[in-house]
Design a protein around this ligand. Structure first.
Ligand code: DQA
Length: 147
């Protein structure tokens, strides 16, 4: 039977959500986002493994491990979006559907945020919808995985 589990992966500094630049990222904490993602996933009979890391290699390891027991990946690679070929390659290697989330609209911000290496691997990208973006990503993947 195919795994009914999503990997929810959050990159560097997202552990500080709630207090980190609230004018850009809002006041919702990562714990609140993870709880809401689990709630929405459960509506679709999906479980969630939530991991946050400030370390590129740990994110790569988590992506590789998802190959064993996850059906899809929701990822906010944070600053690594703009720099990490390793994370994009890991996502490419596991060949699971990927939804990329950014709380802020990266295209309306500094030039260096406009390009994400992960977007070339993602099936869907949501940016600028705040925490709701995670919910949209889960709903997209639930639909995508529907029999
Ligand atoms: C972010 C946008 C990135 O540019 C930034 O480095 C982050 C968060 C977002 O969710 O809007 O850390 O991915």
């Amino acid at each position: 039977m195919t795994a009914r589990r999503l990997l929810l992966l959050n990159g560097p500094n997202l552990n500080l959500l709630g207090t980190r630049q609230p004018e850009v990222y809002g006041s919702t904490t990562l714990a609140q986002i993870e709880a809401r993602v689990s709630e929405v996933a459960a509506e679709h009979d999906l479980s969630v493994r939530a991991i946050q890391s400030n370390h590129e290699g740990e994110l790569v390891d988590a992506i590789q491990a998802a190959r064993e027991d996850c059906a899809a990946i929701v990822i906010n690679p944070a600053a690594y979006s703009h720099t990490s070929v390793a994370i994009a390659d890991a996502l490419r290697s596991v060949a699971l559907p990927v939804a990329e989330v950014h709380l802020s609209n990266i295209h309306a911000r500094e030039q260096f945020r406009h390009h994400s290496y992960v977007s070339a691997v993602a099936e869907m990208v949501v940016a600028g919808a705040g925490p709701l973006g995670y919910e949209m990503a889960v709903r997209y993947l639930a639909d995508r995985l529907a029999p």
